[in-house]
Each structure stands twice: as C-alpha cells, then as structure tokens.
Ligand binder design. Structure first.
Ligand code: HEM
Ligand SMILES: *[C@@H]1O[C@H](CO)[C@@H](O)[C@H](O)[C@H]1NC(C)=O
Length: 525
C-alpha cells in the first residue's frame, strides 16, 4: 500500500518536471546498480517490509558504500544524491544549509523554529541559541539529570527480578521531565503520572508528524486538511502552544519583578533554564526573540531533545542486554567511581565514566536515533570525487550507512565494540556523525551525552540488564530489527529484563577491595 501511493505521488510529480541534462550527467557519474524505470525512476525501491521497516533504506546505503560512498537515484524526475562517506558529508553539510522538502510538515508545529527553518531565518536564531548550550550552563543541569534519573531508577524497582518489559516508557518520561525542567523550569512529573496533557499532546503530535512524513498522500496541505485526523492534530497542537505560551508569560512576569526590585537573589538560587538564558542572551544581542520566536525555539528544544535521547539510551539498554561482557566492564567502572555508595552523581563524575561514554557512542554509531538528514543544493558544489552538484539536486546524508562504512570502521564495522572509541583517534574526524556535522549540526550534543550518561549510570548502579526471556541465543546475536520514520526505532520496542545488583554481587566477586568505608550498605551496593 505504502509504495503504491509513493508511485502515485511521484507520477503526479513527474507530469510537472522534466529531467535536466546536467542532472543526467551527475547521475551517470554516480550510478546506482538498480534499474531506473521511465517516469517513476527508482521510487519502486522505497517499498517497506513488515519484518524490518528499513530494508530499502539500508539497501540504498549499501549501494552507496559499494560505489565508494556515494550514489544517486531518481524519484520521478527529482535527482537525489545519497552519501555514506565522511569526506563528502563534510563538504555538503558545510556548503548546503537549506533543508529538504519533507521537513516542512514539522514547520506546521514549530513554525520557523530554527531546526527546519529557511537559512535566512535560521542564521540569526542560531546565533542567539548557540551560547545557551555552553558547558558552563550545561554543568548546572546535571543536578536535574541526577534527580530525575534517581526517580527513574526508583520507578524501575517493581520490574527488578520480574518479566520482560519495554524500557521505552521509563526512558522517555525521564527525558521529557528533564528536558522540560531544564528548558522551561517546570517539573511535569510525567514519570510518575504519564497522563499530563502536555505529554499526551506532545506524543500525539510527534507521531502524527512522523506518519505524515512517510505518507505521501497526506503531503498536499489541502488534502490533509480534509482528513478527520487534521482536527485532532490541531487540537493537540493548541495544547502544546498554549502550555508553552503560559510558561513564557509566567517567566516574563517573574523577570520584570526582579528587575524592579534591587536584589537578584532568586534568580541566583534556582538553576537557570534555557528559557531564562534565551531571554537574557537575546537581550544582549539587541535582537530579542519575539514571543512567537521564543515559543518556537522552546518547542524546538523540547522536540529535538526528548525522543532522540530516549531512543539513544533505549538502544544502549538493548545492546547491553545482548553484550554481558560489555555490561560487566561498565559495572566495574561504575563501582570504581561510586564505590557502591548511593550518593548523587555530580558533574565531576561524568568525565570519569569513559567506558560508559564509549558504550553510548558505539550505540549511536550502530543505531543512530536520527539515521538520515537532508539538504537542498542551491549553488554549485564540487565534491571530493570530482563531480559538481548543481541547483535542484537534493542530498540525503545516510548517517546509518556512514556509520557502517568498512572503509572507515574496518571489517568489524557491524560488530558492537565500544573499545573502538577508546583506541585513539578515528580514521576520519567526521566518520562518527550521529549529531550531524557543522554548519547546522545538533546544538544539544553535549546536553544529550550528559543526560544519557547520567541516566544510564544511575540505572546501572542499581540494576543488571538481561535479555528478554522469549528470545533465544540465536535471535539475540542478530542485529536489532528497526523501523524508521523521522527516527530510528527498535521494532521489538526495547524489551529487556532487569535484576537488582545487590543480591548477586558478592557471589559474582564484583565487590571491590576499597569497599571498607562503604560497608554500611545502602540500597545500591
Ligand atoms: C541522542 C540525542 C540526539 C541526537 C541523535 C540528535 C541529533 C540531531 C540531528 C541529526 C540534528 C539535525 C542536524 C542536521 O540536519 O544536520 C539535530 C539538530 C538539533 N538538535 Fe539534536 N540530537 C539529540 C539531542 C538533542 C538535545 C538533547 C537537544 C536539546 C536539548 C537537541 C537540540 C537540537 C537543536 C536545537 C537542533 C537544531 C540545530 C540547528 O538547526 O541549528 N538535540 N539534532
Ligand atoms: C516563517 O517566516 C516567514 C517570513 O518571515 C513567514 O512568511 C512565514 O509565514 C513563517 N512561517 C511559519 C510557518 O510561521
């Protein structure tokens, strides 16, 4: 059904466009080993599979790798370049900053929010947004990450020693609560009560956007507006906008009362949120965000920051369940740093958790939450291969395939081996790109790493992750089955089991010699 409708969409498109000869030249420079049919081009390749939702996506990536990291294909009469190689990615991401067509649906929610805005709108906004992600500011957030993830670890307690379960809900509500608290200054307690209207509306809208992006028949705005689902979409979007606007209003009121009074005490004690900092930093640049811009950028942070980190951490849990030796090393590192105490995790602990960082990076390599990004070519771009791209070409950067390109990652590219990130510099500085590459790369890179490290550390201090009991050994050695809308997801929904580490620890000889001071055992040891 899906690809039939793709066909209809591209045939309609084909009627309006003709193949330009320069584009045909580019395509013959960057061939693909698949047949090109008249009118539809290679659109037939986009069919999905029920058992593995990303087959075509992976197949195109492999084609690119076989062609030296780059290939091209026709969707009707639109030429797409597909890149699976770091050098070409770098060149394109530096010189092309306009994003692709499908991202326009996200604009129906976040408006001109920087992440998918046109370049002219994006550039000044990024100038204001970038400084709020400074390490000095982010370090303050670790307290929030720690507190929220301690709650998460408590929420997991009833699952310990029990049956298979999906870790998604726990991780997703953790990231949602911590992103909302650090962005807006509001603790939504969605971990304890997942029925908050903002969370429900947010989930609905995210899923609806993903659905629309993979449903070409819903692309034309006038058709979409006729569908019953459109009203639901508008309803939930209103809840989100209203909620964020209310938070902004409250904050602005608070700030103006601070300015009237002569002491700044209150603003010093409470940690500054992204909202606070955005109001301040945009004031400094004398190009204040308007209220609308402020709402749009806040929505960008909440949207860009929540599911992505939850997907990353959930894949990490699924990988740890399948790689007990890796997990054992990780437990060892955690025991060294925390010496079995249940103290809070602090900013100073994070750089010590080097192996945990490598585990997260290796997970993001094999299962990048955002497996693809796209750009439009507006001016000539000369690629390292010698081919020159011209205006009208679209580029798909296949992060998934770049991360598995054996030219850069070696013959064991498909293996989960965190040590590769501890063995000195990578072959190419841009071969690891889960957060994309400059100029329009992720601003939340450090935030995401700190948040994921904190949550996984606090979870693994208490629990051991086990594979789901219904999967046999053979199945557990296979790659995860993934689907992919805007983000990559595990089709088995990140199922794991957990057990308390307290009970088995002594028998497994994991107690460390320096444990004397902490012999008064608390809940973690
Ligand atoms: C594992 C977690 C994350 C991943 C994999 C991820 C990945 C990405 C990617 C691929 C992009 C688009 C870059 C492009 O098109 O070239 C992006 C943009 C962005 N991300 Fe993230 N992200 C993550 C977490 C976060 C977090 C936690 C935040 C904020 C708290 C955040 C904020 C942003 C922003 C603001 C942009 C837009 C930047 C711009 O257009 O100037 N991200 N992210
Ligand atoms: C984005 O900004 C442009 C130019 O300022 C404006 O015309 C357009 O309506 C805005 N788009 C959205 C979705 O708000």
């Amino acid at each position: 059904m899906f690809w039939l409708l793709v066909l209809v969409a591209v045939i309609v498109g084909a009627v309006y466009r003709r193949r330009r000869p320069e584009l045909c030249q580019i395509h013959s420079d960057l061939p693909i080993g698949e047949k090109c049919y008249p009118v539809i081009g290679h659109a037939y390749l986009m069919k999905n599979s029920d058992t593995d939702g990303a087959v075509w996506f992976k197949a195109l990536g492999r084609q690119a790798i076989e062609n030296g990291g780059i290939t091209s294909f026709w969707m009707a009469n639109k030429l797409y370049i597909l890149v699976a190689e770091p050098e070409t990615s770098e060149v394109i991401l530096k010189s092309c900053m306009e994003k692709g067509y499908v991202t326009q649906f996200i604009r129906t929610v976040i408006g001109n929010g920087s992440i998918f805005a046109a370049v002219d709108i994006w550039r000044p906004r990024r100038k204001i947004l970038a400084p709020v992600f400074s390490m000095k500011n982010l370090n303050e957030f670790v307290k929030v990450f720690n507190r929220q993830s301690m709650i998460m670890a408590d929420m997991l307690e009833p699952m310990a020693g029990g049956a298979d379960f999906s870790v998604w809900r726990y991780f997703n509500t953790y990231t949602f609560d911590s992103v909302c608290e650090t962005t807006l200054g509001i603790d939504l307690h969605s971990q304890k009560d997942p029925n908050h209207p903002f969370l429900i509306a947010f989930d609905f809208v995210s899923q609806e956007l993903a659905k629309r992006m993979v449903s070409p028949w819903m692309y034309p705005e006038f058709i979409y507006r006729l569908l019953p689902r459109y009203n639901k979409f508008v309803f939930h979007r209103k809840i989100i906008r209203h909620f964020v606007d209310e938070v902004i209003k409250i904050k602005q009121k608070q700030q103006s009362t601070f300015q009237k009074g002569d002491n700044n005490d209150l603003s010093d004690t409470a940690p500054k949120t992204f909202l606070d900092m955005m109001i301040e930093s945009s004031g400094r640049l004398e190009q204040k965000y308007s209220d609308l811009e402020l709402r749009e950028e806040l929505m960008v942070i909440v949207m860009a920051g929540t599911d992505t980190s939850a997907v990353g951490a959930s894949f990490a849990a699924a990988m740890l369940a399948r790689h007990p030796h890796v997990q054992q090393k990780l437990h060892h590192e955690l025991d060294l740093v925390f010496a079995n105490s249940d103290r809070a995790l602090t900013v100073e602990d994070l750089p010590k958790l080097k192996y945990l960082e490598a585990v997260i990076k290796e997970t993001l390599r094999l299962y990048p939450p955002v497996p693809v990004t796209a750009r439009e070519v507006m001016n000539d771009v000369k690629l390292p291969s010698g081919t020159t791209l011209v205006e009208g070409v679209s580029v798909v950067l296949n992060i998934w395939a770049t991360h598995r390109n054996p030219t850069f990652w070696g013959a064991d590219a498909e293996q989960f081996r965190p040590e590769r990130f501890l063995e000195g510099p990578l072959k190419h500085p841009s071969q690891f790109q889960p957060f994309s590459l400059p100029m329009r790369n992720c601003l939340g890179y450090n935030y995401a790493m700190m948040s994921m490290k904190t949550m996984l550390a606090n979870m693994l201090r208490r629990y051991r992750i086990l594979p789901p009991s219904h999967m046999d050994g053979h199945r557990l050695q296979e790659p995860l089955k993934v689907s992919f809308d805007v983000m990559m997801r595990d089709m088995d929904n990140y199922e794991i089991r957990i057990e308390d580490r307290t009970e088995n620890q002594i028998s497994e000889g994991r107690l460390l010699s320096n444990q004397k001071e902490t012999s008064k055992k608390k809940s973690y040891c």
